[in-house]
Design a protein around this ligand. Structure first.
Ligand code: NAG
Ligand code: MG
Length: 502
């Protein structure tokens, strides 16, 4: 082609062919993050922590994804058999990797979508049934904006009047079932009430938990469903050997937890714990003073006596955090509590009670593996280079420059979609939209001091280790290379030795 004269300086540097990109990456930047590391939002010194508390499901017990298809199939069959939904739904199978955690669902619009920290829908991530909704339609649905008003989603636990947030790991089959049934109704042009649909699916999924079906599957085949039990054993033993006190607060029933813990830790597992609280009804446990503790024996029989102290080796049902604090005196930052549910496990503790909190986010493992790939690093670097060009060159508005700017914008959009799809083709990463943290991320940062893929990550750190978060520059601050390289997640201890963990 012809060499074009350009109005802005430096154009010739600005469209490097893709093979230049590796030169833009500092050496060793790929594979730098360790999926078994612990990431800090807030500085915390484990040396100050005397008491460790744990949730059970998806915190002490990690479950295999096989559970998702079991929950999906069972809830689907409940819909057909008990709620009399069409027999045609049976052809829908669980789609692994369709949904991600933290999505919002607009009940009245049957819209499943990813929302960012500023309450904007990430365009390209709104689904009705199993199909994406074009961006213009999404904007149209919300009155000419992609912003979701706060009052619709304002409930603290993600349960606004018309928009719900799916936060637990069990909700992956629930979202997939919602989308499948919606798909069936839409493709068959069947009219249905969206509110009934949401309620029925939510009830069917609840039945799978509450009626104990899920507990039975897990109990019947622990080997298959419970992952990394030996690591849970190692974590708990190590803490006790360093004179830490342990307690457990779970919503699950004792018989189920007991079987799982026996499988992972051994029949004397309760010797490790100072306190075991089952059927705690979190998050109400943290906010509601009314329900007293009840003593329970191993057979599940409840005692009627008034609880005036919590004794080691005993099992308690229900109760509330206010009594717990009064009876144990375990206050403030000497307690570190781990859970996988940002709202039910961690939010109240962080905001009201001043315990330190650790979030278990199993998705970190796969997301970090993706971030570590050359492909991801390359597209991200190129995307940021283009973004910088757009920022700097935007004032050149003659026809020819505008053409170039348009091409860059198009290319940037393509790269952004490409990077998104590396995580999940429908919804991308659970932590980021194109240029913002997700709603989930913002909550994660607000409610947890540290976060990690599994509690076994604790094994990689000294019991007196202090976690220092990376000093992320605010927008008006200058970035320092030292901040980026020296503190926080980049400086992973025992990087070599940690390879064996997974
Ligand atoms: C942790 O710190 C405490 C108090 O300073 C000390 O007694 C203990 O030996 C330390 N533990 C380890 C494993 O370094
Ligand atoms: Mg849990």
């Amino acid at each position: 082609g012809t060499v074009r004269t350009l109005n802005f300086p430096g154009y010739f540097f600005l469209t490097p062919p893709l093979y230049f990109i590796p030169d833009l990456l500092p050496p060793g930047v790929c594979s730098l993050l360790n999926p078994a590391a612990i990431y800090a939002n807030n500085e915390i010194s484990l040396g100050d922590v005397e008491i460790y508390g744990f949730d059970y499901d998806y915190t002490l017990a990690q479950y295999s994804n096989l559970l998702h298809s079991m929950i999906f199939n069972t809830a689907r069959d409940i819909l057909i058999e008990q709620f009399k939904y069409p027999e045609g739904l049976r052809k829908y199978e669980y789609i692994p990797g369709f949904a991600i955690r933290g999505l919002h669902y607009d009940v009245h619009k049957s819209l499943l979508m990813k929302i960012d920290a500023f309450h904007y829908v990430q365009l390209g991530t709104a689904y009705q049934g199993l199909k994406p909704v074009p961006d213009e339609e999404v904007i149209e649905m919300y009155g000419g904006t992609q912003h979701i008003p706060l009052y619709q989603m304002s409930d603290f636990y993600g349960k606004g009047p018309s928009i719900k947030q799916f936060m637990d790991i069990f909700s992956l089959p629930e979202m997939t079932l919602l989308s499948s049934v919606t798909d069936y109704f839409m493709t068959h042009n069947i009219e249905y009430d969206q509110v009934h649909l949401y309620k029925d699916i939510s009830d069917a999924i609840k039945d799978v938990h509450v009626k104990g079906m899920m507990y039975k599957w897990i109990e019947k085949d622990m080997e298959k469903y419970i992952l990394h039990g030996d690591e849970t054993y190692a974590v708990l033993n190590r803490l006790v050997n360093h004179n830490k006190k342990l307690f457990l607060i779970t919503n699950s029933p004792f018989s189920f937890v007991d079987k799982g813990m026996k499988h992972m830790v051994g029949k004397n597992w309760r010797d490790l714990f100072d306190m075991v609280i089952v059927q705690a009804d979190k998050p109400n446990f943290f906010t509601d003073r009314r329900k007293p503790f009840r003593k329970m024996d191993e057979k599940g029989s409840l005692h009627w006596d008034k609880i005036s102290k919590l004794e080691k080796g005993k099992i308690y049902k229900q109760g509330n955090l206010f009594d717990f604090l009064r009876l144990t005196g375990w206050r403030g930052s000497k307690v570190l509590y781990f859970g996988d549910h940002l709202y039910s496990d961690l939010a109240d503790l962080m905001l009201r009670h001043g315990w330190r909190t650790g979030a278990i986010v199993p998705e970190l493992e796969t997301e970090i593996r993706i971030i570590n790939t050359e492909q991801y690093m390359h597209s991200l670097t190129w995307q940021q280079a283009l973004t910088g060009l757009l920022e700097r060159m935007q004032m050149y508005q003659d026809a020819e420059s505008r053409q170039v700017l348009l091409e860059w914008m198009k290319e940037r959009q393509e790269i952004r979609s490409l990077s998104k799809n590396l995580f999940n083709p429908q919804f991308g990463s659970i932590f980021r939209t194109f240029h913002n943290p997700t709603y989930f991320s913002r909550r994660l940062i607000r409610f947890s001091d540290i976060y990690m893929a599994s509690i076994s990550c604790l094994l990689n750190y000294d019991v007196n280790f202090t976690f220092y978060p990376r000093r992320t520059p605010l927008q008006h601050e200058a970035p320092l290379w030292m901040d980026q390289l020296c503190t926080g997640c980049m400086k992973t201890p025992f990087l070599e030795e940690m390879v064996h963990i997974r």
